[in-house]
Design a protein around this ligand. Sequence first.
Ligand SMILES: [Zn+2]
Length: 96
Amino acid sequence: MNGHRAMIPERNGKQLTPKDFIVEPITLKKGLVGAKPEKVCRWILDLLNVAEGDEVVDLYPGTGIMGRVAQEVTALPCYVCGENDKQTCSCDGLAY
Ligand SMILES: [Zn+2]
């Protein structure tokens, strides 16, 4: 596993554990059979307990959506300029 501790849910609190099912409309005409909607990608990453700073390698990139969503989910915010992803921010993460 990736070393992240599972969060202990609060009694009557917000649900923290990922759902073990998902209801999403099937994707049609995305040019590739098996194309996953973004929500499904996020759900899969959630099940894997992927967090900021993790590296996700999509072995079957297909339309590339999983890679894009994983990039968003794992992006570390830049503390210098405040952008969401220090890899792509405009200040180039000068403090790092
Ligand atoms: Zn920055």
